[in-house]
Design a binder for this molecule. Structure first.
Ligand code: ATP
Ligand code: ATP
Ligand code: MG
Ligand code: MG
Ligand code: MG
Ligand code: MG
Length: 270
């Protein structure tokens, strides 16, 4: 075939850069919605946390984990998701551009594909985009610290946003007034405003908002009834069979402390 033969044009391939990821490192791909400040307004996201949007993000991330190879864990909050590939993955010869582009394009097409399942009364008005980046972490501690950093970011932003939107929605402050009011306040001050002015104990806010979403693989035992026909019997018989499947499961738990990693040692083991 013509395409198999070397043509005089073939040399242009040598211009491609080698982007093989360093061996033995965790490969993290983080994506983030492009201009979702505007996107969330135009699509009337509930502020500060729209459940439909968070669940759609997680559906897309589950799809990425199921469709692509070797993702050990993912973590998401707001308009971002991080995917961690196993440190010894050989997928696409560890080419960074393959990892990043497959993650981001699979996620973006899923976001559009599944939109209507989550936003039943809200049309998708224009095609959303996502950026992607790739970072390598050589040690388990670096990887845990990376994920802790994203979860700490989730906490800081969510505490701020929760007070900010209370001041706007309940106290009728303008966004600028609310921003001024919160200027220079510490976490304790924000907790205090929530408690004394709005009777909200921040620790009772939903875990999904405060902790974000962790996606891990878990073995699930599924009991199902199957119709089988035994050779000696005329009638079909119903029998119960148990199948073990690995599924992507969402958790809204702390991943900064040691407990999570002690409970799921398998994540870092391969
Ligand atoms: P960039 O293109 O630089 O990422 P951005 O506008 O997307 O710009 P981010 O820092 O990524 O900026 O912030 C995401 C924005 O999307 C925030 O303003 C946040 O309020 C909004 N957003 C994301 N998810 C939700 C959600 N589930 N509910 C409400 N608002 C959301
Ligand atoms: P990879 O994931 O490695 O890219 P692939 O199956 O996409 O695997 P390609 O070398 O990209 O492999 O080839 C694209 C395939 O898609 C070809 O087999 C081709 O037959 C098919 N294809 C693409 N566009 C068309 C088209 N317009 N009409 C018919 N077939 C098409
Ligand atoms: Mg950003
Ligand atoms: Mg964004
Ligand atoms: Mg963001
Ligand atoms: Mg192809």
């Amino acid at each position: 075939r013509l395409s198999m033969a070397k043509s005089k044009f073939e040399y242009v391939r040598d211009f491609e850069a080698d982007d093989t990821c360093l061996p033995n490192c965790w490969i993290v791909v983080r994506l983030d919605g492009r201009n979702f400040h505007r996107f969330s307004e135009q699509h009337e996201f509930k502020k500060p946390n729209d459940d439909r949007a968070l669940h759609l993000m997680t559906k897309c991330a589950q799809t990425v984990m199921q469709e692509l190879e070797d993702i050990a864990i993912a973590y998401g909050q707001s308009d971002e998701y991080s995917f961690v590939f196993k440190k010894n993955s050989r997928w696409f010869k560890r080419r960074a551009s393959k990892f990043m582009t497959h993650v981001v394009s699979q996620f973006a097409s899923s976001y559009v594909f599944y939109w209507k399942d989550y936003f039943k009364d809200q049309q998708l008005l224009y095609p959303p985009g996502f950026d992607g980046r790739i970072v390598l972490y050589p040690s388990n501690q670096n990887l845990k610290d990376y994920l802790s950093w994203r979860q700490a970011d989730c906490h800081i932003n969510n505490l701020y946003n929760t007070v900010f939107w209370m001041l706007v929605q309940r106290s009728g402050l303008t966004p600028v007034q609310a921003q001024d009011r919160l200027q220079g306040t510490l976490a304790g001050d924000k907790n205090e405003i929530l408690f004394s002015e709005f009777n909200i104990n921040y620790n009772n806010e939903p875990l999904m908002y405060r902790k974000g979403t962790v996606l891990i693989w878990q073995k699930i035992n599924e009991v199902m009834t199957k119709k089988i026909k035994l050779p000696k019997e005329a009638e079909e018989k119903e029998v119960e069979v148990t199948r073990t499947r690995t599924k992507v499961v969402p958790l809204h738990c702390d991943i900064i402390g040691d407990q999570f990693w002690e409970e799921y040692p398998q994540i870092l083991a391969e």
